[in-house]
Design a protein around this ligand. Structure first.
Ligand code: GRF
Length: 199
């Protein structure tokens, strides 16, 4: 049983992060939320970190204009908090090469579709669900994958389907998918900590 020391990167709402924090607090997940890093000083994710008493840092190209410095700074924060797994919970920025190298294979992202479908450039947030509805898909879903240099292309470690109904609006579908994301992210981390998914 591996104890996960989780570092979250989040730009906005952080609802996936909150679901994972809750699972840790309930003892469902053998993990500890160690630090939250956000590129957005006004993100709800940072407010959630404050409310939960989790160390949190606003770091961006505004605080560190040089991308390499920023990369180094983020790596330093992760090390200082003994993070052993990074969870990208709606993080809209590129991960620097130092963090990518140090945490190779240990950076997880969730995508609101069944990759490789509806991934890649421009495929984020509502754009994904809009494309799914426009293409009259009957099934969409969520994908947890490892992040490497290429976005949305790292190895997939878990996927779950979500039905698309005829009268779905983008918002209705987005909500249904987001709920599934919360569940899937927690289950994936649990499977990692129990050695059922090897990363
Ligand atoms: C989710 O839909 C996730 O798939 C995508 O960004 C959204 C983040 O939501 N990567 P939240 O910040 O976890 O609420």
């Amino acid at each position: 049983m591996k104890h996960l020391r989780i570092g979250f990167f989040s730009s906005h709402g952080g609802s996936n992060m909150q679901a994972i924090i809750n699972a840790c607090k309930e003892g469902y997940l053998n993990g500890e939320p160690c630090v939250v890093i956000s590129n957005n000083p006004d993100s709800i994710a940072l407010t959630r970190a404050i409310n939960e008493g989790i160390p949190h840092f606003y770091r961006s190209q505004k605080t560190h204009p040089d991308f390499d410095d920023l990369d180094e700074e983020i790596l330093k924060i992760l090390k200082e908090h003994s993070v052993n797994i990074i969870v990208l919970a709606g993080y809209m920025k590129k991960i620097g090469p130092k963090v990518l190298k140090d945490y190779k294979g240990k950076i997880l992202n969730i995508h609101p579709a069944l990759l490789p479908k509806y991934g890649g450039k421009g495929m984020y947030e509502k754009n994904v669900h809009e494309a799914v509805i426009t293409n009259k898909e009957k099934i969409t879903g969520v994908t947890v994958h490892i992040i490497d240099e290429e976005y949305d292309k790292g190895p997939i470690i878990n996927q779950c389907e979500v039905p698309v109904f005829e009268n779905d609006t983008i918002d209705i579908l987005a909500n249904r998918v987001l709920k599934k994301e919360h569940e899937t992210f927690v289950e994936t981390l649990k499977a990692i900590s129990e050695g059922k998914i090897i990363i």
